[in-house]
Design a protein around this ligand. Structure first.
Ligand SMILES: Nc1ncnc2c1ncn2[C@@H]1O[C@H](COP(=O)(O)OP(=O)(O)OP(=O)(O)O)[C@@H](O)[C@H]1O
Ligand SMILES: [Mg+2]
Length: 384
């Protein structure tokens, strides 16, 4: 499912600049890249918190009305010196559905009839109201599979995990977006004068920016403000997707309660102190850790589920999203999670001045989605 919601495939000229726009619940991130002799070059980037545009504090998640969002995007484009209108916008995972199902093995034409019927079980609205797409998930370590034809059983994974394929069931990834959501994002683009090539669910954008070479199995954990989104990816395909209903905003709320300070102050303390330092005589780490423990235990559970389903272990976990930037989080994640952990560095995928490298790496986790969008625009140009 490389291009599920493409409306057009762009053919740009050599110096085309493209825009990736990630409308998160607590902040909007934007990046402008250009194609320079087949390389993705960073032109500019920027971020603005949504809170102040909806009478809330910085860091607070808010659903903005269309005029508030237009005002934010216009300020952001001006502040970041965005010069192109050619872009793509991400659709939040919470406004879409990504589900893996199992169906009996059958030829593809039969599957095409069966999938919408199966999908009804997961989609709470009439199927005619959603845009539905699906793709067969190949078994581990097998890149092509023709449905209805039994493949030669072959081993998967390393020696320890060898198994014979079960050919009686097909795993299928179903993706659905409500037509109203598509219309809403098309309207946002129109209001902000963004000439959108496509809309893409944020998870697909984050994957593109986070995974460089897809050997092995990677779990991407996006610690956003409201939720934490986890996908397990192998051979570029989502094998499992799970949303955890806790995010980095819950950490601010815990500090707010524990220290009896306003949200804005709690947000400031979270960013400055994190898990490593004390604030006065208060051990902020103790306030924060029930939330991080909850998130990591949910991540572990999902990883165990994947391992059981596919008899393969997860090779690495990549942390992205603003919550990944919490001071002291990485060592805790390394300790708690059942696989090696790294912080996402999506800016590695683009060329930028050397003096910016450290700064870009520090903010990188938050920009994974917007970078992934812009990279796809350049990739569809076939010159990057
Ligand atoms: N340096 C930092 N230390 C700790 N937390 C941070 C830091 N920077 C940002 N955050 C937190 O990360 C969260 C924002 O992350 P991100 O921008 O990925 O979320 P979002 O995309 O707005 O939310 P969602 O994906 O849930 O819609 C906020 O809760 C913010 O407080
Ligand atoms: Mg986000």
């Amino acid at each position: 499912m490389s291009n599920p919601f493409s409306k057009l495939s762009g053919l740009f000229n050599k110096s085309t600049s493209v825009l990736g726009v990630d409308i998160g619940s607590s902040s909007v991130k934007v990046i402008q890249l250009k194609n320079e002799n087949g390389r993705a070059v960073l032109e500019t980037y920027g971020e603005l918190a949504t809170g102040p545009y909806g009478d809330k504090a910085v860091g607070q998640a808010v659903t903005l009305a269309s005029d508030q969002l237009s005002a934010l995007l216009s300020d952001l484009f001006r502040e970041a010196n965005i010069t192109t209108k050619l872009g793509a916008i991400s659709i939040p995972l919470r406004s879409s559905l990504l589900v893996n199902i199992e169906v009996p093995d059958m030829p593809e034409d039969k599957l095409a009839t069966m999938i919408p019927i199966e999908a009804r079980k997961y989609i709470p609205v009439p199927i005619t109201e959603v845009m539905l797409d699906w793709s067969i998930i190949p078994e581990s370590n097998r890149s092509t599979y023709i449905p209805g034809q039994a493949p030669t059983p072959q081993p998967t994974g390393d020696d320890k995990n060898n198994q014979v394929l079960d050919v009686k069931k097909l795993k299928v990834l179903i993706v659905a977006i409500h037509n109203d959501t598509l219309r809403q994002y098309e309207q946002i683009a129109k209001d902000s004068k963004i000439d959108t090539e496509f809309l893409e669910i944020e998870t697909f954008s984050a994957m593109r920016a986070s995974i460089q070479s897809d050997f092995g199995v990677t779990a991407i954990v996006d610690l956003g403000a409201v939720t934490t989104k986890l996908v397990v990816v192998e051979q570029g395909i989502i094998r499992l997707s799970h949303t955890i209903n806790k995010g980095a905003q819950d950490i601010t709320l815990a500090i707010e309660r524990s220290l009896s300070v306003p949200f804005i102050k709690a947000e400031e303390i979270k960013r400055e102190v994190g898990l490593v330092e004390k604030f006065g005589d208060k051990d902020i780490g103790q306030t924060i850790s029930p939330i991080t423990e909850y998130i990591f235990s949910e991540v572990n559970q999902a990883m165990v589920e994947y391992q059981k389903d596919y008899s393969r272990s997860i090779d690495k976990v990549i942390l992205i999203g603003g919550g990944a930037m919490l001071k002291g989080l990485l060592p805790i994640a390394e300790e708690r999670l059942y696989a090696p952990v790294i912080l996402g560095t999506p800016f590695d995928r683009v060329e930028a001045p050397a003096f910016l490298k450290n700064a870009l790496n520090n903010i990188g986790p938050e920009f994974a989605v917007s970078i992934g969008l812009a990279l796809r625009l350049l990739q569809e140009d076939k010159r990057v």
